[in-house]
Design a protein around this ligand. Structure first.
Ligand code: ATP
Ligand code: MG
Length: 220
């Protein structure tokens, strides 16, 4: 079944068409890599898929439901409920411990402290960060920060995980670890969309979307 459907998406910024007539369907349980040269529109497309940005024209459907792209409040609420994000830079809150960082989105959603902590501990353990829950962000390595950021993205059980070059700042060992986590999540049924420059990673996904100059030139 189609989870996310983009229809005739256009994005114009300062008179320049940075996305040109994008038509795309992401299936439930899909694992998709978005590749293409720098400036081809990968991030712009991902942000529109994640409702972080709205297109200049076109339609977006989620599980067949038409999303009202003019209603910002609805979109941010919808996004918080359904979507998780991982970026090249982790955006963890430096004043908080890893545990608190993973608890934060749950607390914001109204989950009790106890429940949020249990879930955060479980996720950090899953991501190989047991024993580091109480460390501050600056007290762990870059690879560990990125894994904590993935734990945080999973905190509210998103249906789809949208990742923009999640391994862009990682060495090969940590890249492999993060990729294995995505593969495992996908095997469990999570839908994963990942922008990457790393063709060895895109070989491991179910589908590859290739972009050039704001257009999808190939889906394989
Ligand atoms: N907010 C913006 N304002 C102006 N131009 C933008 C904006 N966002 C993106 N662009 C332009 O749109 C084009 C696509 O950018 P985008 O960031 O989507 O590319 P990308 O494929 O993710 O590149 P990279 O691999 O370098 O991250 C570029 O020409 C970029 O300069
Ligand atoms: Mg980008």
């Amino acid at each position: 079944m189609s989870l996310l459907k983009l229809k005739d998406i256009e994005k114009v910024v300062d008179g320049e068409r940075i996305l040109k007539g994008i038509n795309l369907e992401i299936e439930e349980g899909d694992f998709v890599a978005i590749i293409g040269p720098s400036g081809s529109g990968k991030s712009s497309l991902l942000y529109i898929m994640g409702l972080l940005d709205i297109p200049s024209s076109g339609e977006i459907y989620y599980k067949g439901e038409f999303l009202d792209l003019k209603n910002r409040e609805f979109l941010s609420d919808f996004r918080n409920k359904k979507m998780g994000f991982v970026f090249q830079f982790h955006y963890l809150i430096p004043e908080l411990t890893l545990l608190e960082n993973v608890m934060a989105p749950q607390i914001k959603k109204g989950v009790s402290l106890k429940e949020a902590e249990e879930k955060a501990r479980y996720l950090l353990e899953r991501l190989g960060l047991s024993g580091k829950e109480k460390r501050m962000v600056y007290e762990v390595s870059g690879g560990e920060m990125q894994r904590a950021a993935i734990a945080r993205a999973l905190a509210n059980d998103p249906e789809i995980l949208l990742c923009d070059e999640p391994t862009g700042n990682l060495d090969s060992k940590n890249t492999e670890r993060v990729m294995e986590i995505f593969e495992e999540l996908n095997r469990e049924g999570k839908t994963v969309v990942m922008v990457t420059h790393d063709l060895s990673l895109s070989k491991r996904t179910k589908r590859v979307i290739e972009m050039l100059d704001g257009e999808i030139i190939k889906i394989s």
